[in-house]
Design a protein around this ligand. Structure first.
Ligand code: TXA
Ligand code: MG
Length: 321
């Protein structure tokens, strides 16, 4: 079955804005490629984006906003970050900056990282959708994992079927290349993904050469595990646990035995993987904060989103060097 392609007129944009607010997914054009959008403040909607993409791991998503003011409500902008936003927004430059936790953006959006990627798109339909939704919109490129990015509504439909409640058709995208991703989270700016804005144009504004990621994966961080600052709990994780010590913290899923524990969080008592994904990062942080030496994790089904959840837990459980 194919998703419904709708003309990007006033009526459909208003409808799409409501759909975003209700937690549904909307595919929409930007100047670069089509995005698969969800309300960035709704963890379950964001989990459905990962489910729709069929990606076996959580990759942090870009949050789309109207302007610098909206971006500054979500991330911390240094004078350099502000200068770059002023020079290139609206446009295909994504800035990775430290996140403000109080902004209410789901931590699944940034896959548990302390940073957040933000950009103001330069496309009338994307901007009208942001105005209609009145929410920051988290959106990866609207293609299945491993496929090329979609530059036409028909590509989105062929790739994602009915995973989006509606696909706003704004015609072919003009740039056809994803945004340039630049990290401003550290001391010096780092080019994380080459894209529609050439590095030289950015170097002119910052007044110096940009550092680049090591060339594995063509310089693209394909998972949070390859990003240096990803969240690793202090406690040791023990996976597939069926029992635990009273002093352990427990991360559970579905129906579990009620042995005493220092703290327990059930990711989804009804075994719903979307709900579990939405709760994952906050639960890890909270259990870590309980002071337990060990977090016992009960088995989590490996199908669908379970693959990404288990991937993240295996990374957290891996011995650290
Ligand atoms: O042009 C684009 O950027 C399109 C349109 C829809 O805006 N979006 C897009 O999203 O290409 P996606 O999810 O396919 O790529 C997002 C990139 C990934 O390389 C991801 O690793 C990086 O941005 N990214 C997102 N948040 C990050 C963070 N907190 N730290 C480092 N990298 C981040
Ligand atoms: Mg992509």
């Amino acid at each position: 079955m194919h998703g419904r392609i709708a003309p990007a007129n006033v009526e459909w944009i208003a409808e799409a804005g409501q759909l975003i607010r209700s937690g549904a997914l909307v595919a929409f054009p930007t100047e670069t490629v089509y995005g698969l959008g969800a309300d960035a403040t709704n963890g379950e909607a964001v989990a459905r984006v990962f489910d729709a993409k069929g990606r076996p791991a959580f990759n942090p998503l870009i949050v789309h906003v109207l302007d610098l003011e909206a971006a500054e409500a979500i991330g911390l902008f240094s004078p350099m970050a502000r200068g770059l936003a002023q020079a290139f927004w609206p446009g295909p430059l994504t800035l990775v900056v430290p996140r403000r936790d109080e902004a209410g953006v789901s931590d699944l959006v940034s896959a548990g990282l302390p940073t957040i990627a933000l950009r103001a798109p330069d496309h009338p339909v994307a901007r009208a959708l942001l105005s209609a939704a009145q929410r920051p919109i988290a959106a990866p490129s609207a293609n299945r994992s491993g496929h090329v990015s979609a530059t036409r509504a028909e590509h989105v439909s062929a790739d994602l079927g009915d995973k989006a409640a509606v696909i706003l058709d704004g015609g072919p995208t003009t740039r056809g290349l994803e945004s340039t991703v630049l990290s401003l989270a550290g001391e010096t700016p780092v080019l994380l993904r080459p894209g529609a804005i050439p590095a030289e144009a950015i170097e002119k504004v910052v007044g110096g050469a940009l550092a680049r990621l090591p060339p594995e994966n063509g310089g693209v961080p394909t998972s949070p595990g390859q990003l240096q600052s990803h969240y690793a709990p202090r406690a040791r994780l023990r996976l597939n646990a069926s029992t635990w010590q009273p002093d352990d913290a427990v991360l559970s899923f579905g129906t579990v035995a009620l042995h005493p524990a220092r703290a327990m969080i059930n990711l989804s008592p009804s075994s719903d993987l979307v709900e579990a994904a939405a709760n994952l990062f906050a639960a890890l942080r909270e259990l870590d904060a309980s002071g337990a030496e060990t977090i016992a994790v009960t088995p989590i089904s490996a199908h669908g989103l379970g693959e990404a959840i288990n991937d993240r837990l295996e990374r957290a459980a891996a011995p650290r060097g």
